[in-house]
Design a protein around this ligand. Structure first.
Ligand SMILES: Nc1ncnc2c1ncn2[C@@H]1O[C@H](COP(=O)(O)OP(=O)(O)O)[C@@H](O)[C@H]1O
Ligand SMILES: [Mg+2]
Length: 226
């Protein structure tokens, strides 16, 4: 784990240092200069996202974290998140469809919002323009089920069992360009676990991906039963 962290920190820093040094040259065209600056900006953003994710993971894993679960309307939360990332999917020319039944869950609203955000961002990131992302929420017995699916790149059979591992990125080249750290889904899993829920993925390379999250409607009751 530590050597992964170190690698994830060192590689953007190496790239930032290299491009900053290259910018000292005076014979660079305006485009080249802009290109180097873009890389520096993107790598800095990646580092910042990494430190944010690491902090969240370590707080959640320390176990000292009290889960402040309250009942709230899951469908409203999902609708707000969809609206908030509208610029991203609109900007990329992706169609989003939502089918949200009225569901009230008991959970930590801010933590669960990170779950939906991470899933949605993945779908947008790994779906090419013209593709489609679909989000559904429904009630199944005593559980709420949220499915985020897309018509994007998909995940190979070999990679699929590993995507919830920390730092795991299925397609190294593609992910490096997309600027993730491979921590998003491990955070998702951690938060869903804290809610005594389950998360699983179904995918076919080149066809699309479906992430299914189920949450018990009331975390407290489940805890007392254990
Ligand atoms: N919707 C998706 N479509 C295709 N691949 C995905 C999707 N979601 C996750 N993945 C794969 O799982 C890996 C891990 O996801 P995640 O933990 O969110 O890391 P990151 O987004 O930082 O790369 C991604 O790098 C990608 O290879
Ligand atoms: Mg991600």
């Amino acid at each position: 784990f530590i050597s992964n962290v170190s690698h994830e920190i060192q590689s953007p820093l190496t790239s930032i240092r290299g491009f900053a040094r290259a910018l000292r040259r005076e014979d660079l065209s305006r485009e080249t200069r802009e290109h180097y600056l873009d890389i520096i900006e993107a790598e800095s953003a990646r580092l910042s996202g990494l430190s944010d994710s690491l902090l969240k993971l370590s707080v959640l894993e320390s176990g000292s974290f009290p889960l402040e679960a309250k009942p709230y309307r899951l469908d409203k939360q999902l609708r707000n998140i969809l609206l908030a990332c509208e610029p991203q999917w609109m900007g990329k020319g992706i169609e989003v469809e939502a089918e949200l039944a009225e569901v009230t869950v008991t959970g930590a609203e801010d933590l669960l919002s990170q779950v939906w955000n991470n899933l949605l961002h993945n779908s947008i990131k790994f779906t090419p323009p013209g593709g489609k992302v679909m989000i559904t929420a429904r009630l199944i017995g005593t559980e709420a089920e949220v499915v985020v699916s897309d018509t994007g790149a998909g995940i190979s059979k070999e990679d699929l069992p590993r995507i919830f591992e920390r730092f795991y990125k299925a397609d190294k080249a593609r992910s490096a360009g997309a600027g993730g750290s491979g921590l998003g889904l491990s955070l998702v899993k951690k938060i869903v676990d804290l809610h005594l829920g389950e998360v699983r993925a179904e995918s076919r390379l080149g066809e699309g991906t479906e992430i299914i999250v189920t949450l018990p409607l009331s975390v407290k009751e489940e805890r007392e039963r254990e």
